[in-house]
Design a protein around this ligand. Structure first.
Ligand SMILES: Cc1cc2nc3c(=O)[nH]c(=O)nc-3n(C[C@H](O)[C@H](O)[C@H](O)COP(=O)(O)OP(=O)(O)OC[C@H]3O[C@@H](n4cnc5c(N)ncnc54)[C@H](O)[C@@H]3O)c2cc1C
Length: 602
């Protein structure tokens, strides 16, 4: 194996991005099979709530019944579902991030509700948990924990979305020093119609980007009309207006001029959580599509029996397996980093923020991967329904529209793709990750014709080698691009985005091989998991190889390019599996389970 890896492997817990440098299976990962009894219990409670109290009211929620949404939040609060991330000292439960993500998964079958819930428990509440002072925490958190008050988060403006720090909303200290006077507006704010507490970002004196807690009813602060949206129609999305709005100085959140710390850290967690916040919906759609296809007959046969329908079921299950595996692996890394720390300690929140920031690369991967996987899955689900999939009466029509927003908010997928490659390179340059040393070793290895060998000799040996090849492709591509463009690299967005896709495939396959092996029973690998891992690898290998080649072609030319292409050529492995046979293994498991076959809660 390549030399530079030793540095990373020496550390007990992988640092953010280290998966790209480490061998497959170097460390154990958290997965649904390793959930504790307590975590399963929370998942079960939350699923029950979502199935019994939310889904039956889908039509009313979709009609934007904000009284009902507030009531549902309050009922969720009674069950403790709003207080997972809130410290015990302020009326919360202060549980681990894996549990928080499990709740997000359970809430996700109805996207309008899921977005409302996430905006309140995540972006609306966490800024106070992480950056509030003791007085602010004591005033707001107990009420947010029970759902008595609802929160919202206001960063985006008409002129600044992706470029969030370009905000124009301005805050000026009043002459008596008791208020900040806010002027400006915010756009597309979730929960705005009924939120009681808003986290608002404004620039003090037009310069220092700062967070404020703004209460509903603040003079000069108004909420505009609802937007008419493509999807998540039951959720509230409105503009906010500030006309000489007087916000007490004690409502400054964190330090003046340090609002970006709040905004970016909240986004990191939101991105990681998005993986969980689509999973429940993905699982529901697979189950629904299966039932529909088993009942619907054409040519005298249930459409579920046609190979092209079954190919879709296999793809849907495989995507769920990939998202689920990466999501809980990443949440587990954050929790592992926090293990042993006293949750009551004064500096605990700083460690939480640092742990989440550490895995910012993985979180951006989750955001992009999960949003696109759910997009593919609902597309397959509509297609399986035929014309019915296009008719409002069928929930899949709504799911299709609802899924689209995931590629836009929490940082667009374009921004997150650039973050994935950009952060890896930045960590490499800063010496936080021995990326260039390992990439150099990869180059030497390839120059001398060395190829990765599998450590395991089981049914996934070929997929393990493929995951190793994907990592080498990503590392090699990043190194060549960095050398070719230097500080200009960020202008070459297609190169960065293409290589980010290779990094994502590497993380996905590494995670799937590791989890499948880890969950072997008596040394026997589960056939459906093996088949899903193989199906994923069969798609990932050629597309990532092609993306790397394109990145190389965009970075160099002439003889140098010829040498690069020759070096990476042997990394394109091929496995002669029959995809129809693999698909049948997966679909049999799906049929037997009546949906996604790896549910951890009965
Ligand atoms: C339903 C809904 C709910 C929302 N909820 C909230 C909320 O609660 N709070 C909140 O603050 N915001 C919220 N948003 C706003 C959301 O986060 C933004 O819409 C998003 O960040 C994108 O910003 P934008 O719309 O200004 O698009 P823009 O930033 O204008 O982007 C337009 C296009 O240009 C691309 N682009 C932009 N910059 C670059 C670049 N440097 N390189 C390459 N491509 C680039 C984008 O990827 C995109 O494709 C919500 C939006 C919606 C639709």
């Amino acid at each position: 194996m390549v030399d530079g890896l030793e540095a990373v492997q020496a550390a007990e817990l992988p640092t953010g991005g280290a998966f790209l440098l480490q061998e497959v299976g170097s460390s154990r990962i958290v997965s649904p099979e390793t959930f504790t009894e307590e975590q399963r219990l929370y998942l079960k409670t939350a699923l029950q709530f979502s199935q019994e109290q939310v889904l039956p009211l889908a039509e009313r929620i979709e009609s934007k019944d904000s009284v009902l949404l507030k009531e549902l939040l309050r009922r969720a609060g009674e069950l403790g579902l709003l207080m997972i991330d809130i410290p015990e000292a302020y009326g919360g439960l202060g549980l681990d991030k894996t549990t928080s993500l499990l709740i997000a998964e359970a809430m996700s079958p109805l996207a309008s509700w899921s977005v409302t819930f996430s905006a309140h428990t995540g972006i609306g509440t966490l800024p106070i948990v992480w950056f509030g002072n003791a007085r602010q925490k004591a005033k707001y958190l107990p009420k947010l924990a029970t759902g008595e008050w609802v929160s919202a988060y206001a960063l985006t403006e008409q002129g600044s979305g992706s470029d969030a720090l370009g905000a124009k909303t301005k805050a000026v200290l009043s002459p008596d020093g008791r208020h900040y006077v806010l002027n400006g507006s915010k756009l597309y704010i979730t929960n705005a119609a009924f939120a009681d507490v808003f986290i608002v970002f404004a620039k003090v004196d037009g310069e220092r980007f700062t967070g404020f807690i703004v209460e509903r009813g603040t003079p000069g602060f108004t909420v505009g009309p609802e937007e008419h949206k493509m999807g998540i129609r039951g959720s509230s999305t409105c503009p906010l207006f500030f006309e000489d709005a007087r916000v007490p100085v004690e409502n400054v959140l964190g330090e003046i001029g340090r609002g970006h710390k709040i905004a970016f850290n909240i986004l990191n967690y939101g991105r990681l959580k998005l993986g969980a916040a689509v999973l429940g919906g993905m699982k529901l759609q697979l189950g629904n599509a299966l039932r529909f296809a088993q009942e619907r007959k054409q040519f005298g046969t249930p459409v579920a029996s046609f190979p092209l329908t079954r190919e879709k079921f296999a793809r849907m299950a495989t995507l769920i397996y990939a998202v689920e595996t990466m999501t809980y692996r990443t949440a587990g890394l954050v929790d592992a980093r926090l293990a042993g720390r006293a949750r009551q300690a004064a500096d605990y929140d700083e460690h939480v923020i640092a742990a989440i920031e550490e895995y910012a690369i993985e979180s951006s991967i989750m955001k992009v991967f999960a949003s696109e996987a759910t997009g593919q899955l609902v597309d397959d689900a509509v297609q399986i329904h035929g014309g019915a999939g296009y008719i409002e009466e069928f929930p899949v029509e709504r799911a299709y529209r609802d899924a689209r927003i995931n590629r836009i908010f929490e940082g667009t997928n374009e921004i997150n793709r650039m973050l994935i490659s950009g952060l890896l390179l930045k960590r490499g340059v800063k010496g936080e990750l021995p990326l260039f040393a390992v990439a150099q070793s990869v180059e030497e290895e390839l120059t001398y014709g060395g190829l990765p060998r599998a450590r395991g000799e089981d049914a996934l040996a070929a997929e393990e080698r493929m995951a190793e090849c994907l990592k080498r492709l990503a590392l090699y591509g990043l190194k060549v691009a960095a050398e070719a463009f230097g500080t200009e690299l960020e202008q070459h967005q297609e190169v960065l985005a293409g290589l980010a896709d290779v990094v994502m495939d590497a993380y996905a396959l590494d995670s799937m091989v590791t989890r499948t092996r880890q969950s072997a029973s008596n040394g026997e690998l589960d056939a459906a998991r093996v088949a899903m891992t193989r199906l994923y690898a069969m798609e990932a290998m050629p597309r990532s190889f092609e993306r790397t080649r394109r990145a190389l072609c965009a970075s160099t030319r002439g003889e140098a390019l010829g040498a690069h292409l020759a070096r990476v050529a042997p990394l394109q492995l091929f496995t002669p599996y029959n995809p129809a046979e693999l698909r049948e293994v997966v679909v049999s498991a799906v049929e037997q389970a009546g949906g996604y076959p790896l549910s951890v809660v009965c």
